[in-house]
Design a protein around this ligand. Structure first.
Ligand code: GTP
Ligand code: SPV
Ligand code: MN
Length: 580
């Protein structure tokens, strides 16, 4: 039985009875609605105007200083049986979770407005799109959802006609981290979130719906919901190839998705389809086709400048919401990594002092509509998505992992994805810079047992006839002094070029036990690149002993997930170890 419009109104009414808001406002994403919201938020201090000359229609939001990132330790998958959630998730029985939430939610919206946000993930016309409705008491959430999702009056009509939707109940509560929960009920199509107003904790369409709930559905229905960018790369000869890449949070997805080709790549074009999430379905032609469920970016601000990411830099000069950046005397936003300007007010609104730490929070973010990106691909609106030629896995690995490595087949590629590990970043609360295993960059986002998830990845082999090739990349390998060996950013196109040539079958490669490497001296385009030969040697060095330890460690990691780890992966791992 699909959810009907009556069920929607009943649910909104019941939620309002519990939360006791002063008023209820149904949102449709219109300009007029935004005008009203904006005026109110400027009055209440939820938003501050930035310099309208240089940053037209840009606003600053400061979140609570204890509420600046995702909170993995407070994020739960609530299923009847713990093994459904797996050791990769925190788990709570559904009834207990509902009870905890109800207690905190009772009367939480007193004196506030309850906003109802109907939204669509994916192009409105796409057979893969999904509807959701988020209830929230945060006007900042409404403002962000307006940029990040498709909000359109047609959504209520579709719900009226019987289309299913994911329900999200959200309140910032009292912002007390002790009373903060992000709860997922995949069997109920329901998300409950309280106590945070920040990013992935509060914009429920993003990680909660499009990854945790969607990954669960994808497994039942034979598709994939992944933490991946989607990018089109068009060499001068014309045809565009699409790649999907899974990197953990703050490891370079947004940057790679809107890369600007360096000088030597005259005539090349790069097209952004998505920067964070991909929904992958098998097309009638047996290939994997990707849709970006989102319509906007919630991107990391620090490090963004005219050199590293010119497209993003240009894009965030208008119609952008900044969260937790610093401000200059000219009332312009400022962050670490900007070569010009001086912060005078830090992200917490205090006079800037270097002794307080960074001026902008390391996880400060911009929110913009993706259409403002100069590299925006019109195929972002294609109902069927774009066909994927290659999948990339990458992370921050100071040692071990070479600049690029190609898997030998799908099973080996899946093992590569399982072996993904990266230094933790400011995108989630907790210690940063610690290498942790993050299979497929989905550790915080897979809504069910990893063992079942890997089985699902392997099962794609039986469902699709022309699966993408799988590669591993590492832009973050360091020398003995902790300096990056590879310049990264736009120069990453050199690696992508090799990947495309491998997909076309036009370059050879060197086989090693851990995968194929480029014959980098001759097959990697190094024209006009200032990287010393020793650095290149190091970037591609395979340390067999260190790889043995790596695979031992992966074996230990797998044992946490046994007996659900697919035998094919265990066998692949054992075979590589033997070869090493
Ligand atoms: P989420 O939005 O958290 O999922 O992050 P993301 O994966 O989209 O990461 P993003 O592209 O925003 O990059 C995060 C940080 O890494 C920024 O500070 C970038 O400047 C930096 N970065 C991105 N690409 C590269 C690269 O190729 N080399 C180096 N050294 N830094 C990079
Ligand atoms: C991430 O942490 O991977 C993000 C930001 O993309 S958030 O919306 O907070 O999930
Ligand atoms: Mn992300």
């Amino acid at each position: 039985m699909p959810d009907s419009f009556e069920q929607l109104s009943d649910w909104v009414e019941r939620t309002a009875q519990k939360a006791q808001p002063e008023r209820v406002q149904w949102c449709d994403g219109s300009e007029q609605e935004w005008e009203g919201l904006k005026q109110e938020m400027l009055k209440t201090g939820h938003l501050h105007t930035l310099n309208p000359e240089t940053f037209p229609e840009c606003y600053l939001h400061r979140s609570h200083p204890d509420d600046v990132a995702r909170v993995e330790h407070l994020t739960y998958i609530c299923t009847p049986r713990q093994e459904e959630a797996g050791p990769n998730n925190r788990w709570m029985p559904p009834q207990e979770a509902h009870e905890r939430f109800e207690t905190l939610f009772a009367g939480c919206m007193k004196g506030r407005t309850l906003y109802v946000i109907p939204y669509c993930m994916g192009p409105l016309q796409s057979p893969w799109s999904q509807l959701g409705v988020e209830i929230t008491d945060s006007p900042y959430v409404v403002a962000n959802m307006r940029l990040m999702t498709r909000m359109d009056p047609v959504i209520l009509k579709r719900i009226h006609a019987g289309e299913n939707f994911v329900r999200g109940e959200h309140s910032v509560g009292n912002l007390n981290p002790e009373q903060r929960y992000i709860l997922h009920f995949p069997q109920e199509n329901l998300i409950q979130s309280i106590g945070s107003g920040y990013g992935g904790n509060a914009l429920l369409s993003k990680k909660c719906h499009s990854l945790r709930i969607a990954s669960w559905q994808a497994r039942q229905e034979g598709w994939m919901a992944e933490h991946m960018l989607i990018v089109g790369v068009q060499p001068p000869d014309g045809e565009t190839y699409y790649l999907a890449a899974a990197f953990p949070s703050a490891c370079g997805k947004t940057n790679l998705s809107m890369l600007v080709p360096p000088e030597t790549f005259r005539g090349w074009k790069v097209w952004t389809v998505g920067d964070d999430i991909a929904w992958l379905h098998i097309g009638a032609d047996g290939r994997l086709w990707a849709v970006n469920p989102e319509a906007g970016y919630f991107g990391v601000v620090p490090g963004t400048n005219a050199k590293t990411n010119p497209n993003a830099y240009q894009m965030i000069h208008r119609q952008t919401i900044y969260t937790n950046v610093a401000v200059t005397a000219e009332n312009e936003p400022w962050w670490e990594g900007l070569p010009q300007g001086q912060p005078v007010v830090d992200w917490q609104g205090r006079p800037y002092q270097a002794t307080h730490g960074p001026a902008a929070h390391p996880n400060s973010r911009f929110t913009t509509r993706s259409r403002l990106n100069p590299a925006w691909s019109p195929h972002s609106e294609d109902p069927q998505g774009v066909p994927i030629s290659a999948i990339l896995f990458g992370g921050r690995r100071p040692h071990l992992v070479p600049l690029v490595l190609e898997s030998k087949n799908w099973i080996h590629g899946v093992l590569m994805g399982c072996g993904l590990a990266s230094e933790t970043t400011a995108a989630a609360s907790g210690k940063t810079g610690v290498v942790r295993r993050d299979p497929m960059a989905m550790l915080p986002f897979c809504g069910y047992h990893f063992g079942d998830y890997w089985t699902h990845w392997l099962s794609m082999q039986d469902r699709a006839t022309r699966l993408p090739r799988i590669f591993q990349v590492n832009w973050f390998r360091q020398d003995r002094n902790g300096r990056y060996l590879w310049p990264g950013y736009g120069e990453n196109l050199r690696v992508i070029q090799w990947i495309l040539e491998r997909c076309k079958g036009t370059v050879p490669a060197r086989e090693t036990p851990v995968g194929y490497l480029p014959e980098f001296e001759c097959d990697l385009n190094l024209g006009n690149l200032d990287v010393p030969p020793e650095a290149l040697q190091e970037l591609f060095f395979i340390d067999a002993e260190a790889w043995k330890r790596e695979y031992d460690d992966l074996g230990n990691f797998f044992s946490e997930y046994s007996p659900r780890v697919p035998a094919a992966l265990q066998e692949q791992l054992a075979a590589i170890r033997r070869e090493l």
